[in-house]
Each structure stands twice: as structure tokens, then as C-alpha cells.
Design a protein around this ligand. Sequence first.
Ligand code: SF4
Ligand code: SF4
Length: 448
Amino acid sequence: MEIRSLQTPGSLNSLKQESVRMKAASFQGGLALPVPDKFESQAITTLPAPDRVLLPLLHHPEQAYELQVKKGALIKQGQPVGEGVSSLVLAPISGKVEEINKNFKLPGGALTTAIRIAASDEEFPDEAPPAVPDSGTLQKILGTGLSELSESPVPLFEKLRSIRSKRVRTLIINCLDEFFIQGRSAALASQHTPDLLAGIDLLVQYSGAESAVITVYAESAQALQSLQESGTKCHILPVKAKHPQHAEKLLVTAVTGREYDVDLTPEDLGVSVISAETAYWVSRAVNRREAALDKLLTVAGGSLKEPRNCFVRIGTPLQEVLTHLGQDIADGDKVILGGPLSGQAVSDPDTPVTQQTHLVFIQKKTDLHVFSQDAVCFKCGLCVQICPMRLMPFLISGFSEGGLYDLAEKNSLFTCIECGCCAYVCPVNIPMVQWIQLGKSAIRAQRS
Ligand code: SF4
Ligand code: SF4
């Protein structure tokens, strides 16, 4: 499939025409949620490293890591503690391996091994090798342990190989967050513009692509201004703020103007989506030999007047992040990883920040949306109309609820991107996303 004029740097006029078309087009379905006035005004802060970190050795259902350390070992910051085929888990702090838990439960329910490291003043016996080797760029990227920091992370090394082998011509840099209140990626684009653009240049160079398109919400005025004033050769494409525009498939459809089958990947269309945060870390790894030990996340909701964007050391317990930001959790409040429409509530305050933590949302007891476990679907069809993936949400949710997982799968259970639009509009408050997540987990558990 061809992408229209976006493949080669166009004139300002053609870019403006693209922007106008995007604002009109977007995608079918989805929610036009209110966009806040103060979209990205908060400066990104860096939280202090904690005394203890917890590192699960599983970043994705198909991406487990082999344990590389033993209990009691002294390890240096940046040293690999878990190793996958083409990715690493690095120690975010120096210290002693205090505990290895072989049955750590992730918020989604999957079990994995987790390493707890406690900061230590003890002398380190040997100089550990530097986190990012002083060799070729791809080796440096491998040395960062970096995954593509999207909803479905894959090792970046693998992603670049796939982009090269499929002769992808255009990289789509995703500067859109799941929820507009975040402004996390837009803040990165406006406050760390040189690092972001340097990372995009490196990704274009090492993926063999010809160009890059940076997609930004049209309402992100500061990000758009910073990018435009930088003189970058990348296309800057403002897009309409509509949930879930950030999702890979919908973003590719919006940029290329084409819908495509679920069994195709963006790479089959000659494009590939990479998050803005990934590009930022690539620049730091290659140009400064700094490993990605922090995660950029947003904390929003609760008593916070405005969302806070901060770099947090990977492995930091959520409770420590919330305490640092002065955020108390009262009885009955919910801490949700991900947004209020589709995130997962966590009950354990020790749950650590990982490469997949993009948003921590505190839902006050008084704001809780109550779903009904006993509600019966009366086939109004609203969920079908709103579903951006053109699914039959009531059907797959109903099959999952009834334990008929094979039927749910036959009706494209795994095509669901868990955006939450269907549950948001359901007049009888059926918790469709929870049923869908349950169905997916049950099938994955049967297969593993
Ligand atoms: S079925 Fe999935 S993709 Fe469709 S609206 Fe519901 S959560 Fe979103
Ligand atoms: S919106 Fe709710 S009631 Fe209407 S069809 Fe969907 S599940 Fe049924």
C-alpha cells in the first residue's frame, strides 16, 4: 500500500492541507472527550531514585527474561539482571538482591519472577561493564534494554530489524497519549525537543526508512510550536483529539487514509509506529550512553489539580510515587494503571513502575463509575456504533462473561484494543472491558 504525499517532505502548503484533512477525517467511532485548556503546561520533573526497586521479568505475554542474578548478589546500576533474546532488564539502582520472588503477580494476573533490589553502601567487588557499550548504534540500543514503549511493547532491536526487513519507508512517531489529560508526550516534544528529534533521526537512519511523520494532537500548541521552530525535516501532523486516536491501528489509518485488515501489520503497509518516548531514549543511549532507567509517566486524578508528568526510576513502588507527589489514597479510592476507561485497578501499593506504566490515575471514591454485574444487554447497539475496531462488543463481552471463550475468540476478541468506548456508552453499565480482559487472560492461561 502507498502512503500519499507524506512519504517525501512536502511544502508547507501540502502539510497544511494534510492537517486540514486530518482534522476532518480522524476515524470512525470513538469518543470526542473534552480536551482540557491546560494541556501541557506542567514542566516534566524527575523523582529521586528509591531505596528499593522491584523488577518483574515479564514485559509482555510473549516477552519473558531469564534471571541473571542470585539472591544476595551485589549489582551496579545499569547491570543486566534479566536477559531476553534481544533485550535486557537493567538494574535501575546499585545495591543488593534482597529477594527473588518466583510467583510475583502482575496487575493483569500473570505470574512471573520478580527481583527486589535494596540500595546498599557495601563495596562492589568488580567494576561492572557500562550499561551502554561503546560500540555500534544497534549494539547501544540493545545495551539499553529498551523496548518500544507502546501499549504492546516489543524489544526495540527486534522492531528495527523488522522495519528494515520489510523495507518500511515512513516512521510514524506517536506523540499522542491515551488520555488527553496526560500531555506526557506533548510535554516531551515541547520540553525535550532536541533529544526527541535526534532520536527520530537515529531511528530513521538505522531502520532504513526514508522519512518520519510526527503526529501531535492539534490542541498541543506548545509541542507544535517547538517542533515547527526547530526546523526539523520531519513532517509534523496535527491530528484530532479523539479517543482512542493513540492506538496504533487507528493512527496508521488516520495517517495513511486507509483501513487495513487485522491480519496485516503497519509494516505491511510500508509504515511503522514508534512512540515519542522511545525516540527520546534512543537519543540518550546513542549520543550520551545513558541507559533507559527511568520511565516518563503521568499521575492524574485524585486531589491533583493538574496532571503531573515525571520521570520515575523503573521499579519504584507506586505508593512512593504518590507520596512524593503529596497524593493520599483514601479508603475506597482506586489507583488505576492506565486511564479510567480501560486501565486496571491495583490494590497492592508495592506494585512497581515498569516500562509499560504510562499513566497512574486516582479515581476518588465519589467519582467511581459503578458497573453492574447483573445488567442484561437489551441490544440497543450503541456499543457497536462507537467501537472504533468495528467489533460487536456486546457479543464478545457476553461470550467471555459466559465462559464461552472460543466463541469470543471467533468473534475477534483479540482485535479489541480495550479502549473502553463500549462500556462508556452502555446505558445499563455492563463492564464490557473487564469481561473482554477476562476472556483474553483465560485463553492465554489455557495456552501457556
Ligand atoms: S470492543 Fe474493544 S475496541 Fe471495541 S469499543 Fe469495546 S473496548 Fe474498544
Ligand atoms: S450498549 Fe450495552 S445494552 Fe446496548 S447493545 Fe451494547 S451491551 Fe447491550
